[in-house]
Design a protein around this ligand. Structure first.
Ligand code: DAH
Length: 336
């Protein structure tokens, strides 16, 4: 019986009055002649001495609680001008809270991932704290490559903060499952002075496709499709020969931004072309370091900076603006 009374106490405490549950309904349910509490008092009278004392105390508490809730509500109803049970003024304006939004970097990352997913690329991620082998060694960086220098790389004991998402290529190829078609976004770190144009951490997205007969033409077509989807139909692109230790041949891809505005002339340093990514055919040494037969398999890879693309897309001139702790910055992107 004590258990039952405790439960009932919680129920009475939590009772919500509204249009259909007013003071009178409450009284009928709990306190009237046929009410639950009155019935409990009838049962209570049947109990023997010891039990009677302990049950009596909490039963009285329950009754007091119910009575005070009932009185309180009755008063509120009597005070209500039109006599209806209306504790809320439904004509008051709604509180307009700040709408939530995704961070602009995440908006762009999601869009990039989505475009490559339509081409059958799967999402993959890797650790930000890496070993030398995954960040450099297996990617065919020479022992004395300047990127391994303290000047460019943050070290944590024997580990590094990854300097690019290319390390995730290695982690995925090592798993030994082919073919691979992956898109790999993530945060990367460089030991650089912070300024409007550079930061000590930023974001990249890496692509990798390894199978039999993957060619440079496949790479070009994939990137061409991506540019049309992301920058708009008819966007012109060009490939320039370049060098990366982990690709051969290597290229950088530019998109045509034009020279018609002051802004475009500034961004493109007067050329009209804007560099968006690095790419190439995966170097045979890289495939072999992951245990992949480079006679049988070929692959392409590409990597681009998400921060730069985000700044271009939204006309943000200072990379530091992406990381200020000011809700007004984010609220501009609500619903984007
Ligand atoms: N990892 C390069 C960087 O951080 C970008 C890159 C270039 C990635 C060429 C690639 C690639 O996958 O094929 O500058």
């Amino acid at each position: 019986m004590i258990k039952q009374i405790e439960l009932l106490k919680a129920e009475v405490e939590a009772f919500v009055f509204d249009k259909n549950q007013n003071a009178e309904n409450f009284r009928l349910k709990y306190l009237s002649k046929k009410g639950i509490i009155t019935e409990l008092f009838d049962q209570f009278k049947q109990l023997g001495g010891e039990e009677k004392r302990s049950v009596g105390a909490i039963l009285n508490q329950l009754k007091q609680l119910a009575e005070s809730r009932w009185q309180e509500q009755k008063l509120a109803e009597e005070n209500d001008a039109d006599g209806s049970v209306n504790q809320f003024d439904t004509t008051l304006p709604v509180y307009q809270g700040l709408p939530g939004s995704a961070h602009p970097l995440k908006i762009v990352e999601n869009r990039l991932v989505e475009i490559f997913q339509t081409l059958g690329f799967d999402l993959a991620e890797g650790p930000e704290v890496e070993d030398d082998e995954h960040n450099f060694g297996s990617l065919n960086f020479a022992e004395d490559h300047p990127a391994r220098d303290m000047q460019d790389t943050f070290f944590i004991g024997d580990f590094v903060l990854r300097t690019h998402t290319s390390s995730v290529q290695i982690r995925e190829m090592e798993k030994g499952k082919l073919p691979l078609r992956l898109i790999m976004p993530g945060r990367v770190y460089r030991n650089e002075a912070v300024s409007a144009r550079s930061n000590c951490f930023f974001h990249q997205i890496e692509g990798l496709y390894v199978d039999e007969n993957v060619s440079f033409a496949d790479l070009k077509q994939t990137l061409y499709y991506f540019v049309q989807q992301f920058f708009g139909e008819g966007t012109k692109v060009r490939f320039r020969a370049s060098y990366f230790p982990f690709t051969e041949p290597s290229a950088e891809m530019d998109i045509w931004a034009g020279l018609d505005t002051e802004e475009n002339r500034r961004l493109t340093k007067g050329t009209g072309w804007l560099e968006v990514l690095g790419c190439g055919m995966v170097h045979p040494n890289v495939l072999e370091s992951c245990g992949i037969d480079s006679e049988k398999y070929t692959g392409f890879a590409f990597g681009m900076g998400i921060d730069r693309i985000t700044m271009l897309k939204y006309g943000i001139n200072d990379i530091r603006d992406l990381f200020v702790n000011d809700i007004r910055m984010l609220s501009q992107f609500a619903g984007v």
